[in-house]
Design a protein around this ligand. Structure first.
Ligand code: TTP
Ligand code: MG
Length: 358
């Protein structure tokens, strides 16, 4: 089986500074300037920054005020999600010229399984080059591509030479490459996990490769076993083209239980903003909002409301969430977790159709 895996050819494509690149494409006066998309208001965060702004340290998810401090000349641009969706549809059409096995991860990113074409004699690297050229020609934007024999390595590869990059990680080089890779670069390792791993003396892929599964499981649970498999280049996850979302949700478990309406509403606002952000970045559309409340005794309450239109606006989600909290009443007992999710209604079997109808 292990050797069979090595015959797979996976390409991961990720657009460069996607929202900012679309803005610079559509407004010539922004080209060459440090641009931040989002972050303009008093409380807004930067969604992405042009490479000119990244030189100053401006990053996604950074409050606009900090971006301005780092880069006083930064130009804030209001996001135009319709334009990003349009570019996203264009790149997906290009992907489908090469394989039906396309799994989008977000508007600007997808996995492609091109094993069939590779077996038929078209090297995956050539396919990736052709895709990059077509993206440039049809959208005026640049993308970076990574090629390998599994998803995990393809995704890491696409990040190696951004922007406009193309990188291949071949099977015979994979283990050495992963051994040298700092754990921060492992997809799925955020700052918190990285700190935990470092505290355990796990700094690179080599440290994951050489510890036993039992040891990592006892220290890190199931994710320990998962990262070990990834470090050993054992990733047999298939590219799943038909993965169609039925819901999208965000939850927060509190370090200290929250009690009373003002505290709960404050938390809900944070969760609502995160959910709106994720809704914008996916194509998912749904009309039902569900509030999940886990009490300190682990009982779970859910409340939901269905709107006549797809839910995506942060302010609307905040308002609906507060109303759900009040209806029938604010829970009297301490709350351990709050979650908000948007889902499709019964009469909407296909979220994508709905987004076309908009
Ligand atoms: P990314 O691919 O993570 O970033 P990017 O395309 O801007 O830059 P890179 O060249 O490093 O790939 O995300 C794609 C788009 O998703 C990005 O342009 C804006 C949006 N986004 C958010 O809205 N919030 C976020 O926190 C992140 C990371 C991205
Ligand atoms: Mg990108």
């Amino acid at each position: 089986l292990a050797s069979l895996q090595q015959f797979r050819r996976i390409i991961h494509v990720d657009m460069d500074a996607f929202y900012a690149a679309v803005e610079q494409r559509d407004d010539a006066s922004l080209r060459g300037l440090p641009v931040a998309v989002g972050g303009g208001g008093s409380r807004g965060v930067v969604l992405t920054a042009s490479y000119e702004a990244r030189v100053f340290g401006v990053r996604s998810a950074m409050p606009g005020a900090i971006a301005r401090r780092l880069c006083p000349d930064v130009v804030f641009v209001r996001p135009r999600f319709e334009a990003y969706r349009e570019a996203s549809q264009q790149i997906r059409e290009i992907f489908r010229d090469w394989t039906p096995l396309v799994e989008p991860l977000s508007l600007d990113e997808a996995y492609l399984d091109v094993s069939r074409a590779a077996q038929a004699g078209m090297p995956a690297v050539e396919i990736a080059r052709a895709i990059k050229a077509a993206i440039r020609e049809r959208t005026g934007l640049t993308a970076s591509a990574g090629i390998s024999f599994n998803k995990f390595l393809a995704k890491i590869a696409s990040d190696l030479r951004k922007p406009d990059g193309l990188s291949v990680i071949r099977p015979e080089r994979a283990l050495a490459f992963l051994a040298a890779l700092p754990i921060e670069k492992f997809h799925g390792v955020g700052p918190a996990t990285a700190a935990r791993l470092r505290a355990l003396g796990i700094l690179t892929g080599h440290d994951l490769q050489t510890r036993s599964e039992a040891e990592l499981m006892s220290q890190l649970g199931r994710s320990g076993a998962y990262f070990r498999r990834m470090a050993q280049a054992q990733d047999d996850r298939a590219v799943e083209p038909s993965r169609r979302r039925k819901s999208l949700s965000v939850e927060d478990t509190f370090s200290v239980d929250r009690r009373g309406r003002p505290a709960l509403v404050t938390e809900l606002e944070i969760i609502a903003d995160k959910l709106a952000d994720r809704l914008h970045r996916s194509e998912f559309r749904g009309r039902t909002l569900t509030l999940k409340i886990k009490l300190a005794d682990f009982r779970i309450l859910t409340r939901r409301t269905t709107q006549p239109h797809p839910i995506s606006d942060a302010l609307e989600i905040r308002t609906l969430a507060a109303a759900l909290l009040d209806r029938p009443e604010v829970p009297a007992s301490p709350v351990r977790l709050l979650g908000l999710g948007v889902s499709i209604g019964h009469e909407e079997p296909d979220a994508r159709q709905l987004s076309f109808a908009l």
